[in-house]
Design a protein around this ligand. Sequence first.
Ligand SMILES: CC(C)(COP(=O)(O)OP(=O)(O)OC[C@H]1O[C@@H](n2cnc3c(N)ncnc32)[C@H](O)[C@@H]1OP(=O)(O)O)[C@@H](O)C(=O)NCCC(=O)NCCS
Length: 603
Amino acid sequence: MDRLKKKFQLKSSKLKVEVKNLRKAHGAKVVDKVNIAQIIGGMRGIKSMLWETSELDANKGITFRGYSIPEIKEILPKRSGGGKEPLPEGLFWMMLVDEIPTRSDVDWLSKEWYSRSKLPQLTLNTLASLPENTHPMTQFIIGINSMQATSVFAKRYAEGMNKNDYWDATYEDAMNLIARLPRLAAYIYRRVYHKGIHIAPDPKLDWAGNYAHMLGINDTEDFKSLMRLYLTIHADHEGGNASAHTAHLVNSTLADTYLSYGGAMASLAGPLHGLANQEVIKWIMTMTKELKTTKPTDDQVAKFINKTLKAGKVIPGYGHAVLREPDPRFTAQRVFAEDYIKDDDYVKIVWQLFRVVPPILGALGKVKNPWPNVDAHSGAILVHYGLKEYTYYTVLFGVSRALGVLANSCWSRAFGLPLERPKSVNSDWLKEQVGIKVAKKKPVKLAKRKSTAKKKAATKAKPAKRKTVAKNKTVTKKATPKKSVAKKAAPKKRVVAKKAAPKKAVAKKKATVKKAAPKKRVVAKKSAPKKRTAKKAVAKKAAPKKRVAGKKTAPKKRTAKKAVAKKRTAKKAVAKKVVAKRKPTTRKANIKRTANKRTTKKK
Ligand SMILES: CC(C)(COP(=O)(O)OP(=O)(O)OC[C@H]1O[C@@H](n2cnc3c(N)ncnc32)[C@H](O)[C@@H]1OP(=O)(O)O)[C@@H](O)C(=O)NCCC(=O)NCCS
């Protein structure tokens, strides 16, 4: 077991017990309330998810294991031999095991990830089948999902893994996927924008440095430093943001890391979430193009902002679902830009927007947070270093987000968290909560369906009765026909006539007296064939016309019935007598014969 995994096992097995006991002892303790605005308004602020790796405060911004961005820049190990920016390896270590790693720890992790970083051939083949102009985020998601075939969790689950080992398999998947992401992302970048000329990774480089190297646009140490910072600050934003929450939800179904992270990336690809980073620079570029200057005045910028708002669009890079102050991730990038590239025109526009946008958004009166978020700054810096293809930007974000989300997925597995399943309500329910009357739907009558069910039940019951009868031997099969005859024989003359006539017809045609009993038994046993036999007999007797009509099944039956009815009317009296006199006698005889036959057979 590797050193990080061992540490995680020790920590998580202890905390798992504590969390379990907490639930047992204090499960009923109320820690939050939910109002209607939250239900309609995207569940803002509802405390409902266990997330270990980071926490977001509306005013202070993100903290990773309790440390703010300026603090982690201080405490996390840097690249050996220089560089001011923290290594993302250190942040992953810290998020996973809640300890500040040593330089030796992060060096080990860099090597470990390098050793796991090779992309499966299947992934390369899959990507090769996609048109090059497929959006990079779509390619990224497909690439991640294609690797699902290598999931340790999925394989071990299929083999019957013990649930206490879920965390172990998830850890392996998380480590493999994180290790491969820079290679996958760089591969997509080179495929789409550089004619598929790829750059091999450098085993001496760290995770983020190697990513910068494989992008192949700027091999300076500054760009590598930027990537180290970028991949650190985008790593996690507690559990409720759309991408993290998606991963958490999918993960809770015991779908493996590749599936859950693929889902997370689909969320990130939305313009209100991660795609905003491409939208910001696109918007800035549109503005400079329209104003025909990269050094616009504040007034020109304000006019462009208002034009955007008038067109019913948002100002990308501004506002936040939780934050109510400028995003510390924006500030961290600003500090980087001040240190490295303060004379860049686009960077200056970003700072100008920071001045001009908030008062305009604030004046709208509805925007809860008029301040810049993380996406407001990143594009300008990336363009400076030569990464101008903004449709690629969200992929960078995605590579980073894996660190927090996958570290947390290990925790979810270690805790044995159940399937996520909140309760939904509809607008009628909400209205009822505040006393608004809601028209009730008329209940649908299900009577017909019930009777069908009853009929089915009755049909099923009959054969059962027969079996019982046969076994018991005390009551003969004739019990059922007897009853029906009895029913039909008495007052319901028409019913009797229907069934009686054919019986007679059969009897007449086929030597009624000689083998009356057995024939009647057959007729009595199966009522449907009995009718058919009777009708056929009648049809034969009927006029030639009827026989021609007989070719067409339905009319033949009707015609035949009419004929029978006529004959019945004529022979009613006789029929009554026959039924009344002969049947009981015949059946009694039959009962005896049948019983005797069976007894003989059984013997
Ligand atoms: C991030 C964001 C989705 C948060 O949404 P939210 O929590 O609903 O934000 P609010 O509660 O402040 O929204 C209230 C109103 O202000 C509007 N608003 C919020 N941010 C805005 C912005 N940057 N520009 C214009 N209008 C904005 C909302 O669209 C909403 O308008 P509506 O009532 O007419 O629908 C939103 O601020 C936004 O769209 N920002 C731009 C996209 C972006 O930068 N996304 C990246 C986020 S990290």
